[in-house]
Design a protein around this ligand. Structure first.
Ligand SMILES: C[S@@+](CC[C@H](N)C(=O)[O-])C[C@H]1O[C@@H](n2cnc3c(N)ncnc32)[C@H](O)[C@@H]1O
Length: 453
């Protein structure tokens, strides 16, 4: 296991004792909502992000992300230590146990403090009857941790992934599945994209150093800098003035592969929150007519805000519409370059969004593949002869990637693949796959298509 919750070397810093109860209560609230089907980013705004002290927010995020990463292994510990399983109506008790087991394994808080706080939290959650049970389970865990860890045989428990994701990754990547699963349990890199319209990378790195922020360049992407520690983005030098954006290095490869010329008419489908829209405009400064289309109006507001902060709004037109219904957004003039950053399973970004393992279902994949195919077919109609389309997902599932491309190429005689030659990722039957964790980037798939002249 690359990263193990029971490895004491990885123990994290903790806030002062006075803050710990609030952090745990907020973590419990956030986890309960994620287990009820809501995305972590949506619930964080109303729970852990509301904690006033940055150290509390740090601990709460550590606990929530840790539980979502290691859920399957922590559940194995609980089921090994309980005589009979908890009932679904006692979800708070289950979550408090998951949180405490993660903290005992991974955080610097002394075991006795975690146990006392957890017993207190279970009382406050209206489950007084479970106080003794929580106390007993956690005490047993502190004694039996090593034995339990060495008894793990099952892959689901070992790699802490739901069975369907584990099996799908194993089937798609028989040589690499263990490495992928291990990378999915790592903490993601904090990667920046320096706005090349304002600064060179070395110049901006100097500004970071002057602020005491340690960073390193990233071989994968030429305008990327990796920060050694996470930070509130508002504290980054020049952030409000558009000097820099937060964007994973794998996502930054998209603009590089997009290869736009000055006079090109550019279409960016599925654009929100606009990371790639902005990067394309930063990189190709002569592009003056980019159309960005996004289904979700609220998310489209984020595109607008990002363009505004980076002073790029004059060069892009935004339409909130369904990409599949070209009547809603197309005026009949063909595009020379199209980017489809398709809605997908997000199986390549599990390390950044560990809630995916809890929220996604195997049955989600087929409808997603259909949606991607419909968006592709719609976009193709608007592409000029000789034009290029770049298809991107943050997935590692072949159904959404090379199989999707295979089906498209089989049906469309006027489509041909332009092979991506690169010193990163894996060539696929069609397109190229970057694995999660490779060069510390997220997992992305890219395929370039050209329309016959
Ligand atoms: C992977 S995200 C795009 C990320 C974005 N390109 C960026 O770099 O910031 C996929 C987006 O597709 C949007 N989407 C889903 N179905 C859509 C549809 N039918 N038409 C247009 N956009 C859609 C989602 O709302 C989501 O914002």
């Amino acid at each position: 296991m690359a990263e193990n919750p029971t490895n004491p070397k990885r123990k994290q810093a903790r806030p002062s004792k006075a803050n710990v109860s609030a952090a745990r209560a907020a973590s419990l609230k956030a986890l309960k909502q994620v287990f009820n089907g809501q995305s972590l980013s949506a619930v964080q705004m109303h729970t852990t992000d509301k904690l006033e002290d940055a150290r509390d927010r740090g601990l709460a995020n550590e606990i929530v992300n840790g539980v979502l990463r290691w859920r399957w292994q922590l559940e194995f510990f609980i089921s090994s230590l309980l005589k009979k399983p908890l009932k679904p109506k006692d979800i708070e008790v289950q979550l408090i146990l998951l949180m405490a087991l993660y903290e005992i394994s991974e955080c610097r808080t002394p075991d006795y403090a975690v146990i006392n706080e957890s017993v207190e939290l279970v009382r406050k959650s209206g489950k007084k009857w479970a106080a003794g049970l929580v106390n007993a389970v956690l005490r047993s865990f502190t004694r039996e941790q090593e034995k339990l860890l060495s008894s793990i045989k099952d892959g689901v428990v070992r790699y802490s992934h739901p069975a369907w994701i584990l099996e799908k990754i194993k089937a798609d990547w028989p040589q690499d599945w263990q490495q992928i699963l291990e990378a999915n349990n790592q903490r993601p890199a904090f990667c920046l994209r320096v706005n090349q319209m304002q600064h060179g990378v070395a110049q901006y790195q100097q500004q970071l150093t002057e602020q005491g922020l340690e960073s390193s360049t990233v071989a994968l992407a030429d305008h990327a800098l990796k920060l050694s520690h996470g930070i509130d983005v508002r504290l980054l030098p020049g952030f409000a003035e558009g000097a820099v954006s937060v964007q994973d290095a794998g996502a930054q490869l998209v603009a590089e592969l997009f290869d736009v010329s000055a006079a090109d008419r550019v279409l960016d489908l599925c654009a929100a929150p606009g990371g790639k829209t902005c990067h394309i405009l930063e990189r190709y400064q002569s592009v003056n007519s980019l159309l960005a289309v996004e289904l979700d109006e609220l998310r489209m507001k984020r595109v607008s805000e990002n363009l505004h902060r980076l002073k790029l709004e004059a060069r892009a037109k935004l339409i909130a519409a369904d990409a599949r219904d070209i009547k809603q957004w197309w005026n009949g003039e063909k595009f020379d370059r199209i980017l489809i950053d398709a809605p997908c399973s997000a199986s390549g970004v599990i390390r950044r969004h560990p809630d995916i393992k809890t929220l996604r279902r195997a049955s989600d994949i087929e409808p997603l593949v259909k949606l991607q195919s419909e968006i592709l077919n719609a976009a193709w109609q608007t592409l000029a002869a000789g034009g290029e389309l770049l298809y991107v997902t943050c997935s590692i599932f072949k159904d959404e990637n090379q199989n999707q491309m295979q089906n498209f190429l089989t049906v469309n005689d006027d489509a041909a693949e332009i092979k991506i030659e690169a010193n990163w990722g894996r060539p696929c039957d069609h397109g190229r796959q970057l694995f999660p964790g490779e060069q510390d980037a997220d997992g992305f798939y890219y395929c370039r298509l050209k329309k016959a002249d």
